[in-house]
Design a protein around this ligand. Structure first.
Ligand code: FES
Length: 111
C-alpha cells in the first residue's frame, strides 16, 4: 500500500458560519473546520495536550482555546501559544472549489 495525500471534500462553505466551528468525520478522523472571518481552516479535533476534543473549546479571532485545560493554539499554523503544552496542533491544507471545502489528508488507497 502506498501512503498518498489527496484533497477530499469535507463540507459546503455555508455549513460553517463566520467565526464558528464544526466537526466533520473524514477517513475516520474528526476534523474541526473553523471559519475565521470567511477563511476556512481544518484542524485535528484532538487537543495535543491530552487528546480531548477541541470542539468544546472557544474561538478568539484566529486562536482556539481548549475547553479542558485552556491550551491555546494559532488556528492558522497550529502552533501552541501558552505553556500548557508545547506540542503543535495538527492542521490540514484547505482549498475551496465551487462553494465546497476540500482538505488534504493522508489516504492509503492505491491509484
Ligand atoms: S486537553 Fe486540551 S488543554 Fe488539556
Amino acid at each position: 500500500m502506498i501512503e498518498l495525500r489527496k484533497f477530499v471534500k469535507i463540507a459546503e462553505i455555508n455549513h460553517v458560519l463566520k467565526n464558528q466551528m464544526q466537526v466533520f468525520i473524514v477517513k475516520n478522523k474528526e476534523i474541526l473546520l473553523v471559519n475565521v472571518d470567511g477563511e476556512f481552516y481544518a484542524l485535528d479535533n484532538k487537543c495535543p495536550h491530552m487528546g480531548y476534543p477541541l470542539f468544546f473549546g472557544k474561538l478568539e479571532g484566529s486562536t482556539i482555546i481548549c475547553g479542558f485545560h485552556n491550551a491555546k493554539f494559532n488556528i492558522k499554523t497550529g502552533q501552541p501559544l501558552a505553556s500548557v503544552t508545547d506540542k503543535p496542533l495538527k492542521t490540514f491544507p484547505v482549498k475551496i472549489k465551487k462553494a465546497a471545502i476540500y482538505i488534504e489528508i493522508e489516504s492509503s488507497e492505491q491509484h
